[in-house]
Design a protein around this ligand. Structure first.
Ligand code: AMP
Length: 123
């Protein structure tokens, strides 16, 4: 597991060094609009603790932080009208996952048909 880089952009958002367009905030979780939205709704949810990726978060975070994170994500999906027609929750990790920001985050994307998750390999 790579060590956590506290200069990553989401760590800087959490410290208030960079502004964000907040959607929801709890004691453990911050959610804000993606700066380059891929759909009408594109929210990023991050835990306030320092976790590199999905595996790191679920291995090390206290149960209360994990529960708060996922309940907050679910509430955002309901609040933003995503539960009726569906949505996609994506997390990228590491080099193969093309993770750009090394602080665990979940993309909540919806508001239009999203197509297949991955392109199928050419036959
Ligand atoms: P990932 O490739 O999963 O690490 O995604 C990183 C996401 O962070 C991308 O969708 C970016 O558009 C988004 N992003 C980068 N900087 C910011 C920022 N300052 N505020 C909001 N979203 C950001």
């Amino acid at each position: 597991m790579p060590t956590y880089d506290d200069q990553n952009i989401f760590a800087r958002i959490l410290r208030g060094e960079i502004p964000n367009d907040t959607v929801a905030e709890t004691d453990h979780t911050l959610a804000f609009n993606d700066i380059t939205p891929q759909a009408p709704v594109h929210v990023l949810a991050i835990p306030k603790g320092a976790y590199v990726d999905y595996a790191d978060f679920h291995a090390r975070a206290p149960e209360a932080e994990i529960a708060d994170f996922h309940r907050t994500c679910a509430a955002i999906c309901a609040d933003r009208g995503l539960t009726e027609n569906g949505f996609r929750a994506i997390t990228n990790a590491g080099a193969h996952g093309v993770q750009e920001v090394p602080h665990f985050h979940l993309h909540l994307i919806g508001g239009r048909p999203l197509g297949r998750m991955l392109a199928r390999p050419e036959a």
